[in-house]
Ligand binder design. Structure first.
Ligand code: SAM
Length: 288
């Protein structure tokens, strides 16, 4: 039933727990209880969450495959006076989760979009990592394919701000190995796992130590991860400059891959940042 005299509704973007259900704020509960419908990524998952709090509202599935089509219809409902909530499976909607198109459409229609802030894995991880937090870059999930992932990491090697990545249990080991190659083994990093859950673990140390620890212990590969890498500091820049100088000398005398490995070992610069520099890449197989 639409009533043209009704004021437009509000789209509430509501953060939900990333593990501990106690993190659903009282205001989030009030808002979820009050809306006409809740747009959820996975309605079964959200029904369980709502059930825990005794909240019973109609649920609509909104995920990456139907968001484009659904956004226009939801905007019509908001215009007609219905209030809606948007939630994702965990954490803050739109942060590596659906919702961007709906929020954009609602704003473009001049409708009110209001946040109910709360948990997000990236901020939770940043808040406990002990890495510089005044400026940071959230990279979300890296590409699944190894080549694209390594390339992306490589483009970030000189980034001075703290880097944050989301990662799954399937790829955490490979991702850390690639990060060692891209940033160098000595770069300070943090692996934040299962935050707010029973097996919450926050490991810190040089990237190569973390990569070895995770590779050696299957328990450290279970669950959900945020990986944080300290930005390239002046030291890293100086190492890179020295690495490039040594590589340039060595690559005149030997294969570029061996020159890059030796220059990286000698200077601590990331091998991949040196490899192929002016000398042409001869092989990807050399470790280091
Ligand atoms: N929207 C969510 C947020 O605000 O954090 C993120 C959703 S994204 C699809 C899921 C990823 O977030 C996981 O693969 C993991 O990288 C990270 N994540 C979610 N919950 C986590 C937790 N409890 N501990 C560590 N990482 C978590």
């Amino acid at each position: 039933m639409t009533d043209s005299s009704r004021a437009p509704g509000v789209l509430h973007v509501v953060a939900t727990p990333i593990g501990n259900l106690g993190d659903l704020s009282p205001r989030a509960q009030d808002v979820l209880r009050s809306v006409d419908a809740i747009c959820a990524e996975d309605t079964r998952h959200t029904r369980q969450l709502l059930g825990h709090f005794g909240i019973d509202r109609p649920l609509l599935a909104l995920h990456e495959h139907n968001e484009d089509g659904l956004a226009a219809r939801l905007v019509e409902r908001l215009r007609a006076g219905d209030s809606l909530a948007l939630v994702s499976d965990a954490g803050t909607p739109l942060v590596s989760d659906p919702g961007f198109r709906l929020v954009r459409a609602a704003r473009a229609a001049g409708l009110r979009v209001s946040p109910v802030p709360g948990p997000s894995a990236l901020i939770a991880a940043l808040s406990v990592a002990g890495l510089p937090s005044d400026r940071f870059v959230f990279e979300g999930f890296l590409p699944a394919k190894a080549g694209a992932r390594r390339e992306r990491l490589q483009t970030l090697a000189a980034e001075p701000r703290t880097l944050l990545f989301y990662e799954s249990s399937h790829r955490i080991e490979e991702m850390l190995a690639d990060a060692v190659q891209a940033f160098g083994g000595t770069r300070p990093a943090v692996v934040a796992r299962e935050l707010t859950k029973l097996f919450e673990t926050v490991l810190d140390g040089p990237l190569e130590t973390l990569a070895a620890r995770v590779a050696a212990d299957a328990d450290q590969r279970r669950g959900e991860f945020v990986v944080l890498v300290e930005g390239a500091g002046e030291d890293a820049d100086a190492r890179l400059a020295e690495g490039r100088r040594v590589y340039a000398l060595l690559s005149k005398e030997m294969k570029p891959s061996l020159a890059a490995k030796l220059a990286a070992d000698i200077t601590g610069a990331p091998r991949k940042a040196l490899y192929g520099m002016g000398g042409g890449a001869d092989s990807e197989a050399t470790g280091g």
